[in-house]
Ligand binder design. Structure first.
Ligand code: GLN
Ligand code: ZN
Length: 770
């Protein structure tokens, strides 16, 4: 029985790669220094995996930016717009071309846009989308794969396992470009020969043994044509690389109806995710052909919990009974890229709680220990069982009152007192807002000064009172400025918040935080998700202090500002000992209490942000309905505790709404603000088509760039919105929060926005009079 690892985090234990890349980009370090930093991380990773006793150690899982972009370079899929980069500076090399594709290139009068980035399946990792043209050609372009192989072999003294994205998934991850319409899957015939060349080179020139081909799309919904592409590609590879030992990996979902297809492909081993889909093992075992080996992904590569050995062992033993140990491998469920590096660095965690967790390094140990237990070392079971028991019974995290409250939620808890039409009347009476009311999404620029305050408070250089006074001052200035500018509904600016999830997690019971639990989000960017460890409850008010302070400074309406339950769930590491829906409901009740507390404190407009609703969608379409039902319900529970006259807003960005519009409508927020400016209001069409009944603020200001939109531009966006929706339902606001912007551009843009609203308002009023 072999132990297998699919991939390892590549940032380094202390985010060394982030630092090295960012320094290289600013010119602070040389290319040699960048490569040296990368080499050190790779060597550490390989040494660590060898020491952990992993048999199949991956190589080429390292990346300077993104593994899909690495594939594009390996296969020579380089959009023509990057051609000038190579010759622009005499010593520009492959890495500069690579970073230009990732980040764009602006030098010497060249201004070449970066390639598009999108989410890697249902993770928070973003990959660079390959661009294909109808006449796309492929050729072996980059040699980094081969030098990594040699490096890993040298360091570990073992034959490493090169990792590649398989040909079908690589095509499916990309996008068609150019004016000639075509289907990128048809490129498979041109693509496969290059894979054949690479695999044979690895085998013949480098003496590779196992080669891993990642085909996560095998666990997704596939069309007939895509299934055919799988059959074709792997038959060709088998035919032209008869001696290569191929390991086909799938993850993030079960194979389901693709089981027969997957097990029939002529590869040597198949890896399946038994954390997401443990029940698929039975189907696979009953249809697996003789000789195909099975890699069992039993250790969770997506979360931070200690493995439950007895559960994993029952799966492993079942597979061994059917296949024999020589055809079974033990592995994490997917690449460990999605877990933080090393739990040993978390000295600040309560040791009882820490003992329930495992990060990447500990997960390798778990794989090794599972193999050892199967081979007879059952003593290893004891400590694991104790940890599981401690977690399932601990009073630190199990709060009967919280569980009881969730269990007794009724349909009524998810319903406002009156339907929207009535609420709208009541609210119009009360607020007396003009047509096209203007507002913003919540945050104002988080300047260095503001961040410094927080850092100094943490270090003890500021007292809490000094910090609060400084934040009050920033809030007050933002309020005065909004009044002067003429915004209708104000925000306090969120200066007191580090992050929209962390801020709430820190004040709720049931969360813990790490010091070094970084996970790559994209390129050099990492996030440090909070960990939901136990039953969630709200020991005290969270935002009332700041919202009341802000409301007291102005006679205009001040929006209360909260993060919604689904977004808090989605951007945290979540419990694996209860359904996600239950955890979300616990958070929803906590947010509900905060909404009610804000209302009591005199805040009459309250926004509950849910930007992550869409990204929580399951990978298989047939599972969407069930998810949307509990997600929408959780949102409704969080906002339905208030009177009709309290206006509930929600905000969502990065969203396409076409296929989920009825569920967005079911959220029944009085006002929803969305991102629409970059698509020129295209996203609004879904709302128009659906005849969305409630009020909407389609973003008219793209906050993702420092560019200041003109008055005329925003007027025309508003005119367009008013043709799609009843004008009296339309709000005027930016696409998203302004946290990442600088003050000067923010001020001009919002001044323009207020002017644009006034012009659009006058136009509509003129029409009404006429
Ligand atoms: N209220 C938040 C802000 O303005 C919303 C952020 C978001 O949608 N991601 O920053
Ligand atoms: Zn947003």
């Amino acid at each position: 029985m072999l132990t297998n690892n699919l991939g390892y985090p590549r940032m380094g234990s202390h985010r060394q790669l982030k630092k090295a890349c960012e320094q290289y980009w600013t010119g602070a370090i040389s290319r040699q220094e960048l490569f040296l930093a990368a080499k050190r991380i790779q060597e550490d990773n390989w040494t660590l995996q060898a020491a952990a006793g992993i048999d199949l150690i991956p190589c080429n899982d390292f990346s300077f930016y993104d593994q899909v972009l690495d594939m594009s370079l390996l296969l020579g899929v380089i959009p023509t717009r990057y051609a000038p980069v190579v010759t622009d500076v005499k010593d520009n090399t492959e890495i500069d071309l690579y970073f230009a594709m990732a980040r764009g290139y602006q030098r010497h009068g060249l201004d070449i846009t970066a390639m598009e980035m999108t989410k890697w399946f249902d993770t928070n990792y973003h990959y660079i989308v390959p661009e294909f043209t109808h006449d796309q050609s492929f050729k072996l372009f980059s040699n980094r794969l081969f030098s990594e192989f040699s490096g890993a072999k040298y360091v570990t003294g073992k034959t490493p396992k090169p990792v590649l994205i398989g040909p079908v998934s690589y095509l499916l991850l990309g996008k068609e470009k150019g004016s000639v319409p075509f289907d990128r899957i048809d490129l498979i015939k041109k693509l496969v020969p290059v894979y054949v060349e690479i695999l044979n080179k690895l085998k013949d020139d480098y003496r590779a043994d196992w080669i891993q081909l990642d085909e996560p799309f095998l666990a997704m919904d596939l069309t007939e044509k895509q299934q055919q592409a799988y059959k074709y590609a792997y038959a060709e590879i088998k035919k032209h690389c008869p001696h290569v030992k191929t390991l086909l990996t799938t993850y993030f979902e079960g194979l389901q109806e693709n089981t027969e297809l997957a097990v029939s492909l002529p590869v040597c081993a198949l890896h399946v995710d038994l954390v997401r889909a443990p029940r698929q093992l039975d189907d696979i075992l009953s249809s697996i052909p003789p000789k195909l080996s099975l890699s069992l992904g039993v250790v969770d590569g997506r979360n931070i919990w200690k493995n439950d050995y007895s559960q994993s062992l029952s799966l492993i033993r079942k597979a061994i009974d059917r296949l024999g140990a020589e055809r079974v491998m033990i592995a994490p469920s997917c690449s460990l890229l999605h877990t933080p590096f090393d739990l040993d660095l978390e000295t600040g965690l309560n040791p009882v709680i820490r003992n329930w967790m495992a990060f990447a390094k500990q997960k390798l140990q778990e794989v090794r220990e599972l193999a050892a237990i199967v081979n007879g070392n059952t003593s290893l079971l004891v400590a694991n069982q104790q940890a599981q028991e401690s977690r399932s019974t601990s009073a630190l995290i199990h709060k009967p009152a919280v569980k009881e409250r969730v269990a007794t939620i009724t349909a009524k808890d998810g319903e406002r007192n009156s339907p929207f039409a009535i609420r709208q009347q009541v609210q119009r009476q009360l607020f007396q807002l003009p047509l096209f009311p203007t507002t913003t999404i919540g945050s104002f620029p988080q300047t260095d000064d503001i961040r410094q305050l927080r850092a100094r408070l943490k270090k003890g250089e500021l007292t809490q009172a000094e910090y609060d006074t400084a934040i009050e001052q920033a809030t007050l200035e933002a309020i005065r400025w909004q009044e002067e500018t003429g915004l209708d509904v104000l925000v306090h600016g969120e200066f007191e918040r580090n992050d929209m999830v962390e801020y709430f997690g820190e004040q709720l019971d049931g969360f813990v935080f790490t010091k070094n639990g970084w996970v790559q989000s994209y390129g050099s960017r990492c996030v440090k998700p909070p960990i939901i460890v136990g039953d969630v409850s709200r020991p005290a008010d969270m935002t009332v202090r700041w919202s009341s302070f802000a409301q007291a400074q102005t006679t205009r309406f001040m929006k209360g500002m909260l993060t919604g339950p689904v977004t808090i769930l989605q951007w945290s590491f979540v419990r694996n000992d209860q359904p996600r829906s239950v955890t979300t409901n616990q958070i929803a009740l906590a947010i509900r209490d905060e909404v009610v507390a804000l209302e009591k404190a005199g805040i009459s407009i309250i926004q509950v942000d849910e930007p992550a609703i869409r990204e929580g969608l399951p990978l298989r379409k047939k599972d969407w309905g069930a998810y949307l039902q509990w997600a929408v319900r959780a949102f409704r529970i969080s906002v339905s505790g208030v009177k009709d006259e309290t206006q509930i807003h929600t905000h969502m960005c990065y969203s396409e709404f076409n296929d989920i519009i009825e569920h967005i409508a079911a959220m029944d927020a009085d006002v929803i603000t969305i991102e629409t400016s970059r698509s020129q209001m295209e996203l609004l069409e879904a709302f128009a088509h659906f005849k969305y009944p409630n009020e909407i603020g389609p973003g008219v200001y793209d906050i993702h760039s420092p560019r200041v939109p003109s008055v005329a531009e925003m007027v025309s966006l508003l005119e367009k919105a008013a043709t799609l929706l009843p004008a009296r339902n339309v709000w005027v606001n930016p696409d998203c929060g302004l946290k990442t912007r600088k003050w000067p551009e923010t001020k001009t843009a919002l001044e323009n926005m207020v002017k644009a609203a006034a012009i659009a308002r006058a136009e509509v009023e003129k029409k009404i009079v006429a």
